[in-house]
Design a protein around this ligand. Structure first.
Ligand SMILES: [Fe+2]
Ligand SMILES: [Fe+2]
Length: 175
């Protein structure tokens, strides 16, 4: 397999892995009866799944080989209410670096179509790192009174994400 499609296949696994990690975090909060935090991460899990399927659609469109990879097991137990959000922020930073490397590879190979495809992912990562940093600040500040976090999410969530409109198509349709 050529290097760029091979790297994109690898990224499919990282996005599904991110999705699984967010499901695990959502279930953790759900089991603590923190419905807003749970809903937030259930939604994030679906977003990550959609990212994986956007990569699949791109590979389909470019007639490249596709081999859906397995994923590493997520972390499922956490010491306190802050730790899952800290883990989520680390994950978003790691994914940003992965997307940067993919864009660099596309550029190296003179694949401008591939590079352009990744621009949306770079914008998405900037947004996700920013919003997860904000959530970490709120959860850290309110660690002793987690209902304040629930109130914050009830107020702040549900806004329209401007990036959604320009999102690349997902194989089988976005969920
Ligand atoms: Fe993602
Ligand atoms: Fe993400």
């Amino acid at each position: 397999m050529a290097r760029f499609p091979e790297a994109l296949n690898g990224q499919i696994g990282y996005e599904f892995g991110a999705s699984q990690q967010y499901v695990a975090i959502a279930v953790h909060y759900d089991s603590l009866t923190l419905p807003q935090l749970a809903a937030h991460f259930y939604r994030q899990a679906v977003e990550e799944r959609n990212h994986a399927m956007m990569l699949v659609q791109y590979l389909l469109d470019s007639d490249a080989e596709i081999a859906i990879p397995g994923v590493e097991a997520p972390q499922t137990s956490f010491g306190d209410v802050v730790e899952p959000v800290r883990l989520a922020l680390e994950q978003e930073r790691r994914v940003t670096q992965q997307i940067v490397e993919l864009a660099r590879l596309a550029r190296e190979e003179g694949d401008l179509v591939g590079e352009q495809f990744l621009h949306w992912f770079l914008q998405e990562q900037r947004e996700e790192v920013s919003s997860m940093s904000a959530l970490l600040a709120v959860v850290t500040r309110s660690a002793d009174n987690v209902m304040l976090v629930e109130d914050y999410l009830a107020r702040e969530s549900g806004g329209v994400n401007a990036l959604e409109a320009g999102a690349p198509p997902s194989a089988g349709g976005a969920l």
